[in-house]
Design a protein around this ligand. Structure first.
Ligand code: NAP
Length: 224
């Protein structure tokens, strides 16, 4: 199979388009033919091995996984004997630790879900990494409820744009904080109010919220 491979840390020049062996599934794995994979800023750290701390995840001296890429969408090609939830030709999306900038990748059942028909392959591949922390923060940690007043700081970013839409889907009244040029976009994805952080400090305007999700950790807990 074709894959984008790197064997040493460096600039994008270390990436090579190469032939690799097609992966072989274990009994509890699913082989997915990758149709779309998204690019996350995290891979910039994994590609360069910088900051050095990133190497505790990507490998100390050289990359331990020669294929980058975590979030993907594609079609199930083959399933292991113990796989219960999927069968060949299922359309799926999810995340993998095995690298998905490749034609095929082996994933566990827990790493993928069925792709709904109303989500394009490309959109599905952009969901997992950024949407999951938004869902975890709002639903699991924040216990967001209909009617809650929620504020999303960093509303125009990867995590923030999902957070706005997820908070709205829970029936919350949502305020998004971002810079001037992104106010209209944040409104367009559902924010009831928007605050321009360049002009205004949301911690000083007298408003109170049931839930504040600071996606960018720009404000202290006490300020919030
Ligand atoms: N993206 C992922 O897949 C992912 C996954 C897990 C964890 N995370 C973590 O989540 C955090 C956010 O990541 P992201 O991908 O959403 O970042 P991002 O796409 O770079 O977005 C950053 C956002 O922060 C806003 N911002 C910058 N300065 C601000 C300030 N002083 N006050 C309020 N907003 C400010 C920017 O708004 P303007 O552009 O309008 O200035 C932008 O909307 C990071 O710590 C990241 O490590 C991200």
């Amino acid at each position: 199979m074709k894959a984008i491979v790197y064997r040493e840390y460096g600039s994008p020049d270390v990436l090579e388009f190469q032939d690799l062996e097609k992966p072989i599934i274990k009994s509890d794995e699913v082989l997915v033919k990758v149709h779309a994979a998204s690019v996350n800023w995290l891979y910039w750290h994994f590609l360069r091995g910088k900051p050095f701390l990133a190497r505790f995840m990507s490998g100390l001296l050289k990359p331990k996984n020669k294929v980058l890429g975590i979030d993907l969408a594609g079609r199930v090609e083959e399933v292991g004997a113990n796989v219960k939830q999927f069968q060949p030709d299922d359309e799926v999306f999810g995340s993998t630790s095995h690298g998905c900038f490749a034609e095929y990748v082996c994933v566990s059942e827990e790493e993928i879900v069925t792709r709904p028909n109303n989500l394009t392959i490309e959109s599905a591949a952009a969901v997992p990494g950024a949407a999951t922390p938004a869902l975890q923060a709002l639903r699991d940690l924040g216990k967001i409820q209909p009617g809650h007043r929620a504020l999303i700081n960093g509303a125009s970013g990867g995590v923030g744009t999902f957070a706005i839409q997820i908070a709205k889907s829970f029936g919350a009244e949502v305020t998004g904080v971002c810079s001037t040029s992104n106010l209209d976009m944040v409104r367009s994805i559902g924010a009831d109010q928007v605050i321009d952080y360049i002009e205004e400090d949301f911690t000083l305007d007298g408003q109170r919220y049931d839930l504040i999700f600071d996606t960018v950790a720009k404000r202290s807990f006490t300020d919030c």
